[in-house]
Design a protein around this ligand. Structure first.
Ligand code: AMP
Ligand code: MN
Ligand code: MN
Ligand code: MN
Length: 350
């Protein structure tokens, strides 16, 4: 077989960015945790938009499933991400077969805070946070008011465009107290059969310039960073290549983020081009950031799943090696285990 006809992907055992039904993820915290075991993860951060409502349930589920693994119970989680049509090319920093003790999962409490920077929506991920911290809670209450107002306004616009009870129906699908984002509405529009995909729904209705777009002024980056830091966490600039800004502005953003106490940089995202990844590696070194990685998993998507395509160069300083991470039980010697898989193009092997 020609190499050119093969897809190559890696599955990482560490993933520090994903969503649950506490915001716009399609799966409950328990389901996301179950998926993490089935995909061979050892560390998963739950980072919902402006809410921490999924963290406790995810941690409890991991505790329950870790106990099942250690006791060798028949209902203990199994790994099932390597489909028969895929081939394992190698494993970096680890072995393919692992004992139960090597398959335990740590859930890291996290958040993804929406901010506005020069008229652009910038996302700041907080990792290793104390979710009960007062300063963080105050900021989240503030964001919740903004989100609710906006979600209702979007719902009203959609209702005027021919949908019915859009807001209430999105609320019903998400968990109690959930943050309703445009991601929830995109899926709703798709499920109503009014767009070919969530992506198309987003582009036709929800993005700037489209009929159900509602502008919001989120908090400023330094406020988000300060709240994350006050909660004992590390602030990470999320998916820096996804913003529609020039390289010059991105550098400016990095500089300002660093100056206000931002320490981490999300170098690897599941759905990211190699050139973008390489540019982010360069910026990470230049600004002396701690390297982070995250799938940004929301729902079933063959290009964006837990642990997928998140290989970090070993030369970068990883965010999980900071003292804050150790408080959550991550050993300083923890390495990113990477399972390298190939599968034939056109073959839905992953
Ligand atoms: P919001 O924070 O309410 O502005 O919503 C942003 C969310 O919308 C993101 O976190 C994504 O989950 C989702 N989103 C962004 N772009 C798209 C897209 N092109 N297709 C579908 N969902 C998207
Ligand atoms: Mn984001
Ligand atoms: Mn989202
Ligand atoms: Mn996200």
């Amino acid at each position: 077989m020609f190499w050119g006809l093969l897809h190559v992907t890696t599955i990482s055992n560490i993933d520090l960015h994903c969503h649950t039904t506490a915001s716009d993820g399609a799966y409950s915290p328990e389901q996301v945790v179950a998926r993490a075991y089935s995909r061979g993860l050892n560390v998963l951060a739950i980072t919902d938009h402006d809410v921490v409502g999924g963290v406790a349930a995810a941690q409890a589920e991991a505790q329950r499933l870790n106990a099942l693994l250690l006791s060798g119970a028949p209902e203990a989680p199994v790994e099932s991400y390597i489909k028969p049509s895929a081939q394992v090319q190698g494993v970096e920093h680890g072995t393919l077969e692992r004992s139960a003790a090597e398959r335990l999962l740590t859930v890291v409490p996290g958040i993804e805070i929406s901010t506005t920077w020069r008229d652009e929506q910038i996302h700041v991920v907080g990792l290793f946070i104390d979710i009960t911290n007062d300063k963080l809670q105050t900021l989240l209450t503030q964001q919740k008011v903004l989100r609710e107002e906006r979600a209702r306004a979007i719902g009203e616009k959609l209702d005027r465009l021919g949908f019915s009870n859009s807001y209430e129906r999105c609320k019903d699908k998400a968990q109690e107290g959930a943050a309703i984002t445009r991601g929830n509405y995109a899926r709703f529009i798709f499920e109503e059969g009014k767009a070919e995909s969530s992506d198309a729904a987003f582009n036709q209705y929800l993005k700037r310039g489209q009929p159900a777009y509602v502008k919001t002024e989120w908090i400023a980056i330094p406020e988000a960073v300060a709240a994350i830091t006050a909660a004992g966490g590390v602030a990470v600039l999320a998916h820096p290549r996804r913003y529609k800004i020039s390289n010059g502005r991105l550098r400016r953003l990095c500089k300002e983020f660093k100056e206000c106490g931002g320490r981490g940089f999300e170098v690897a995202s599941s759905q990211q081009k190699q050139l973008d990844f390489e540019y982010l590696v360069q910026l990470c070194v230049e600004f002396d950031f701690l390297a982070s990685l995250g799938s940004d998993f929301h729902t079933d998507n063959i290009y964006r799943d837990l642990g997928q395509n998140l290989a970090l160069p070993d030369a970068l300083a990883p965010v999980w090696r900071c003292p804050e991470a150790q408080q959550f039980g991550l050993a300083p010697e923890l390495q990113q285990r990477r399972v390298i898989l190939t599968y034939a193009k056109g073959n839905d092997a992953l």
